[in-house]
Ligand binder design. Structure first.
Ligand code: SF4
Length: 427
């Protein structure tokens, strides 16, 4: 892996004036332990999102990790991993900084990584370099004697936090008052809840308890088809864009997709609009993917009319419609890997993945659609200093930052995840 993929170094170079470029927050060059001490998600694409009061914060880690140089941290992580051997598996999400994924045993999306954890029943600890809901999913799927560790507890997900279990339960009650919950003569229930993988374990559990299911960005269409076989409508949360993009691609009229605002009665809709709906979209979004626009696509094409534009389905509808293709991180990665001829790609997804793909495929020209360097602020909370701390604590017999999902939540959440697998996974 070349250092040209390093967002950390790119940000430092821009900040010092060694490189041209722009970043969305100058605080991005600060050490994460300085940022973690203040409220909010930290600098990066989620800066402006309101953080729930109960969101976990990371306590202070020992000074030695904060003072260590990049090279010292790398050495300590490599040495600790070597000593731990099969006792630990380190998972790195696609959106992690290169200084983190270089230590990963597996790199992938959230579900691929949870499955990788399943392949290692011998590991007593799974160090999940991703965000909170991913560690929860790995805990649900792994065996009870395995500990899933999130190196920085402040690594949440602002999109997942946009749907709380109380809000979802309240929404469900209002819909039940309109239509009840029993199936009609056709055997279909009024509404099936579908949650994106990017949601809390409590919400996955809610879906498991209420005839619902989980989806990923790779299998959302398969899962929606599963839901429409069982219900007249779908309640989709928390990402409105993935829900809308998938449903439109399935031929559903956008007029039949009211937006649910959890702070308003009936989600700010009329009972008639809800009655006529096919997909009720929760008013959530990803602050990273929301940044990609049709103007950026026009600029990329003005610069190179041959450019191949691929965006993630968490992007707004107009951006997805203007792109050449859209798909999950797995789709984007495969599209680049399988391009036989040198190609120019403009990619609409998180900058760490785009930079890494560019470094790994020098035969292609791969750029991020957004010229401003703006990583996912919560993914960026994971830093080698925290990983060294977690691994060395394990060596000392101490388990820190364990993510445990209560059994009464985990059991129905597992039901919703198993329904997804049985629906016909494409992951
Ligand atoms: S990229 Fe978006 S959905 Fe993914 S962790 Fe960051 S805020 Fe959440």
């Amino acid at each position: 892996m070349t250092t040209t993929a390093s967002i950390e170094l790119t940000l430092k170079d821009i900040s010092a004036g060694r490189t041209q470029g722009a970043m969305c927050s100058s605080d991005l060059v600060d050490a994460p332990w300085d940022v973690d001490a203040s409220p909010g998600y930290g600098p990066g694409a989620s800066t402006a999102d309101p953080i729930p009061a109960a969101a976990p914060r990371q306590g202070e880690i020992p000074q030695e990790y904060r003072d260590a140089s990049d090279a010292q941290l790398r050495e300590r992580i490599v040495a600790a991993k070597a000593r731990l051997g099969e006792r630990v598996v380190l998972l790195g999400h696609h959106y992690q900084r290169v200084e983190v994924v270089e230590h990963a045993d597996y790199i992938g999306d959230s579900f691929m990584l949870a499955q990788a954890a399943l392949d290692h029943p011998e590991a007593e600890a799974i160090v999940f370099c991703g965000v909170h809901f991913m560690a929860e999913t790995a805990d649900i799927l792994s065996s009870p004697d395995q500990a899933v560790l999130l190196p920085n507890l402040a690594a949440g997900c602002s999109m997942a936090d946009m749907a709380t279990i109380d809000q979802v339960e309240d929404c469900w009650e209002q819909l039940a008052q309109l239509w009840g919950t029993e199936p009609d003569a056709s055997g279909k229930v009024p509404v099936i809840p579908v949650t994106y993988m990017n949601s809390s374990a409590a919400i996955k559990g809610f879906c498991g308890r209420n005839g619902g299911i989980v989806c990923t960005s790779s299998n959302a269409e398969v899962v929606l088809s599963w839901a429409f076989e069982r219900g007249h409508r779908v309640l989709f949360f928390p990402d409105q864009h993935l829900g809308r993009n998938t449903a439109i691609d399935m031929g559903i009229d956008p007029e039949a997709m009211p937006l649910w605002n959890p702070r308003r009665p009936l989600g700010n809709n009329t009972a008639e609009a809800l009655e006529d709906s096919r997909v009720i979209l929760w008013q959530g979004f990803c602050s990273v993917h929301k940044r990609f626009t049709t103007a950026q696509i026009a600029a990329a094409r003005a610069q190179n009319p041959e450019v191949r534009v691929i965006v993630h389905p968490e992007c707004p509808r107009e951006t997805v419609a203007a792109a050449d293709e859209s798909g999950s991180t797995a789709y984007i990665t495969k599209a680049i890997e399988s391009a036989a001829e040198p190609t120019s790609f403009a990619i609409g997804t998180e900058i760490n993945l785009v930079k890494r793909l560019a470094a790994e495929h020098p035969q292609h020209t791969i750029t991020c659609l957004d010229p401003v360097v703006c990583p996912c602020s919560t993914m960026y909370r994971i830093h080698p200093g925290y990983i060294a701390w977690v691994l060395e604590a394990l060596l000392a017999g101490e388990v820190v930052n364990r993510i445990s999902v209560d059994a009464e939540v985990a059991a129905p959440a597992r039901v919703a995840l198993d329904r997804m697998l049985a629906a016909k996974p494409r992951i």
